[in-house]
Unconditional design. Structure first.
Length: 158
């Protein structure tokens, strides 16, 4: 079977039994004999129907992921005197404030030296803050927090 995506976002070719959905990067199989020239809308609609049929397990998995990642972030924040943050019980992001200065230097250092990205608070008209997302892979979050800690330590020394 040909992969739905090859390389960095380049669309793969269509298969005879389904269609590559260019917006969501998925191959949506169709019943034999159905024309493979479906619109992206049709493919997306099929995916949404499948997701709705599995809503309870999808929701439970998302809750477990967010609860676990929120705990990991909270434990990290417990060790940081250089950050302050309102810690929401729910949601997919937190918005820490750098106690001294703006987050601009931190975000630049994270990008350039640690290959890690957070969203600078300047985009939210709050330059001392930065946004951390917790809805992704747990191992990626842990690695990102480790790098964030190193960057914060580096800034406090310099």
């Amino acid at each position: 079977m040909t992969p739905a995506l090859s390389g960095r976002g380049q669309l793969g070719r269509r298969e005879h039994e389904g269609k590559v959905c260019s917006k969501c990067g998925a191959v949506v199989p169709g019943p034999p004999g159905i024309d493979a020239r479906l619109s992206d809308h049709d493919a997306g609609e099929r995916l949404s129907v499948v997701a709705m049929q599995q809503l309870e397990p999808i929701g439970e998995r998302a809750k477990q992921l967010l609860d676990g990642n929120r705990q990991i972030l909270n434990e990290f924040l417990d060790t940081r005197e250089d950050l302050e943050v309102v810690r929401p019980e729910f949601g997919t992001v937190m918005f820490p404030r750098v106690r001294h200065g703006t987050s601009e230097r931190l975000c630049q250092l994270l990008r350039e030296k640690y290959e890690t990205s957070v969203v600078p608070g300047v985009f939210f008209e709050m330059p001392a803050h930065f946004r951390i997302g917790i809805a992704g892979d747990t191992d990626v979050l842990k690695a990102g927090l480790e790098r964030l800690g190193k960057a914060l330590e580096e800034l406090s020394r310099g």
